[in-house]
Design a protein around this ligand. Structure first.
Ligand code: AVJ
Length: 321
């Protein structure tokens, strides 16, 4: 048997473990029931999300990859030689591989809260790019304001934040997160960020209501996870996935809607649901290129470039601190 190579530095900043139980009990006790979307991503949820990314209706992933592939040389030129790539999260290795191939950075710094996802991502990239210095940082990026000294010393920093993950934040939270990113990067830093665009609501509704029901399974998996990890007794057949574009708020909302008046227990707490009452499980904000630029400027960035695809479905912004 071969030992797994661990040719990367691991900086454990010991992020406080998410309190799934407290957040669920608190969220379900609210008059408008809600659970934060970060809890979708257990092992099963992450698998389902990967399947979502392959769906014909779910355009963001393949569109962003297309934009990155088309602009990789330009991105490398803007970032300049001796760049260090930082990444919020450690998601799709396809996107980061593309950037590393084009940029030949002096190092790669994934910042990810989940230890095992971080280990796996760093190990995989080490295999693929032997000799590329990798500094894996286990931390909650919403809280991270300073890099370890040995990371900070290297190169010009370009933070990659793909996937329109920022869409899960409200505009206020997003501005806050961008400010945190600007602080982390310092005065010579840059941000390469993927942002889903406002578009025909029919296209958005289709992307979150796929015909194969993968998004529904992803949403309902949250209830299965609560049953399993928090000793809940949700009957998954008594809830349905609901997703729609809310034009007033500029966001897609996902909900789990109760199909009946019912009583559910989680841990030792009882929650009553009326028929049609829902648990709000996700917001996915959409921005025009101009809206996002303005928000980034408010957070202290100078917008340098924005690229989109021919159908104007998705945007990738390059911003400087
Ligand atoms: C990972 C938050 C960008 O909002 O499109 C996909 C998550 N939810 N389908 C998104 C998601 C339902 C995704 N983000």
């Amino acid at each position: 048997m071969q030992a797994t190579p661990v040719d990367f530095a691991f900086h454990d900043l010991e992020p406080g473990s998410d309190d799934f139980r407290a957040d669920v009990l608190q969220g379900l006790a609210k008059p408008g029931k809600e659970i934060p979307p970060k809890y979708f991503y257990d092992a099963e949820g992450s698998k389902l999300f990967s399947a979502i990314c392959e769906l014909p209706e779910y355009y963001p992933t393949r569109t962003e990859i297309g934009i990155l592939a088309a602009q990789a040389e330009e991105i490398a030129r803007l970032a300049g030689p001796d760049s260090l790539i930082l990444e919020y999260g450690s998601g799709s290795s396809q996107k980061i591989r593309l950037l590393i191939q084009a940029m030949r950075p002096c190092g790669y710094v994934p910042i990810e809260i989940c230890r095992s996802y971080l280990q796996d991502a760093a190990a995989e990239l080490t295999q693929h790019f032997p000799g590329l210095p990798i500094h894996a940082i286990c931390a909650d990026y919403t809280q991270l304001r300073h890099l370890p000294a040995e990371v900070k010393a290297h190169g010009r920093h370009m933070l990659f934040f793909p996937g329109s993950t920022i869409g899960n934040c409200t505009p206020l939270q997003a501005t806050q997160l961008l400010k945190t990113a600007a602080t982390l990067l310092g005065p010579s830093g840059a941000l390469l960020i993927g942002v889903d665009l406002k578009k025909d609501p029919a296209r958005l509704n289709a992307a979150y209501n796929d015909t194969q029901g993968v998004t529904a399974a992803f949403n309902l998996n949250l209830l299965r996870r609560i049953n399993q990890e928090l000793d809940g007794d949700f009957d998954l057949a008594n809830f349905r996935h609901r997703a729609f574009y809310n034009a007033d708020q500029g966001r897609v909302e996902m909900h789990l809607e109760s199909l009946a008046d019912q009583r559910v227990r989680v841990a030792d707490v009882i929650f009553d649901f009326r028929r049609n009452e829902s648990i709000h499980t996700e917001n996915s904000y959409k921005y025009t290129t101009e809206e996002f630029r303005q928000m980034a400027e408010t957070a202290g960035f100078k917008p340098l470039r924005v690229w989109t695809d021919a159908e104007h479905l998705f945007s990738v912004h390059y911003l400087q601190v």
